[in-house]
Design a protein around this ligand. Structure first.
Ligand code: 2NL
Length: 344
């Protein structure tokens, strides 16, 4: 019996040390320590032993069983540790690898131009105002001296949502709304930049959506010379101290008289070249004295109050300033175009 147990122990320990994986260990465990295993068998046969032998063999059998179990447990633990180590090794992150570069963005050129213009007018005491892009017929047209039936209200020129609602075709309704909030007596000194919409076929100089920036000053005794002074200061800050301006008669339904402002050509200095088409002048914006009808509709007495207004397209300003020849560059978001205007 004793020899048999010692032999079993030796066999079992050898198989444990030869086992190559967890399943192999399980097989050994079942084979030697299972209910039908040889050690159980030895213990079952104890009844046949003498009284003296029984406790000795019993103790030995239990010791053998214990040692085999311990060998199995420690080898299994080692195998599991090794498996974990292998897994950790495989999944480890190499923190010394270089990172993926993050693209650094910057403001869109139109944002920069609008902010630049805003800063100039803030410097002259104007406030910045914004308003809705979906406008009522009243504020987009009626309040600006564009009664129903006026050619500029042609359906072709606007995106209508209902009969009475449309995407604003200019930023002027922001000014009409602001004037209407001043109780017919408080002055207005504002500019309003923003997106506007027109039904138009896109090409190098036209877009169905573009940016406008308008200005308005209403007070007692506002004269055309005030308009000229403000626009002259703006033109020189924007395009250079050596620029001259000139005002030409024009027409807008919401101003009377109306003018268009040119700046002297910065390419030829006024002598005439291809950029200014030989004239020496480049058109920058439209302006005029606020039409008395517009003042009256907003609640001002046009015999006491007067005002000037102007409107410009920041796209056009940017195109002239930087020599950009296609308005679609502003909207198609080719990063190679946009990057050129990111300030360092
Ligand atoms: C242009 C010309 C202009 C105005 C806009 C205006 C607004 C009110 C009253 C009177 Cl509330 N006028 N705005 C006046 C003259 C010209 O824009 O060529 N814009 C791109």
């Amino acid at each position: 019996m004793k020899d048999r147990l010692q032999q079993l122990e030796q066999e079992a320990l050898e198989k444990v040390s030869n086992a190559e994986n967890v399943q192999g260990l399980k097989d050994v465990r079942v084979e030697y320590l299972g209910k039908k295993g040889p050690i159980t068998e030895v213990l079952r046969g104890m009844g046949k032993l003498s009284k003296e032998e029984r406790p000795v063999i019993g103790q030995l059998a239990n010791e053998v069983r214990e040692r085999i179990a311990q060998a199995l447990d420690s080898k299994q633990e080692r195998m599991e540790d090794e498996a974990l180590d292998r897994q950790l090794e495989a999944e480890s992150v190499d923190v010394t690898l270089p990172g993926r570069p993050v693209e650094v963005g910057g403001p869109h050129i139109l944002t920069s131009i609008v902010e630049e213009i805003e800063d100039m007018f803030i410097g002259m005491g104007f406030e910045i105002k914004e308003g809705p892009e979906v406008e009522t017929d009243y504020y987009n047209f009626e309040a600006l001296n564009l009664p129903k039936g006026h050619p500029a209200r042609d359906m072709q020129d606007s995106f209508y949502i209902t009969e009475e609602l449309l995407l604003r075709t200019h930023t002027s309704p922001v000014q009409a709304r602001t004037m209407g909030q001043r109780n017919g007596k408080e002055p207005v000194k504002m500019i309003c930049p923003g997106k506007v919409y027109r039904r138009d076929t896109d090409d190098a100089t036209h877009s169905h959506q573009f940016t406008q920036l308008e200005g308005l000053l209403v007070d007692e005794n506002v004269r055309m010379s005030d308009l000229k002074g403000v626009l002259n200061a703006f033109a020189k800050q924007m395009f250079g101290e050596e620029r001259d301006i000139r005002l030409r008669p024009s027409f807008f339904p919401f101003t009377e008289p109306s003018v268009e402002m040119d700046i002297s050509c910065k390419v030829c200095g006024g002598s005439g070249c291809s950029v200014c088409k030989g004239t020496g002048w480049i058109e920058i914006l439209g302006a005029g004295m606020v039409h008395p009808n517009v003042l009256e509709m907003a609640g001002y007495d046009s015999n006491v109050y007067s005002g000037f207004a102007f409107g410009m397209g920041p796209e056009r300003i940017a195109m002239l300033k930087y020599g950009i020849d296609d308005i679609r560059n502003f909207y198609t978001n080719d990063i190679r175009f946009l990057k050129q205007y990111h300030k360092a």
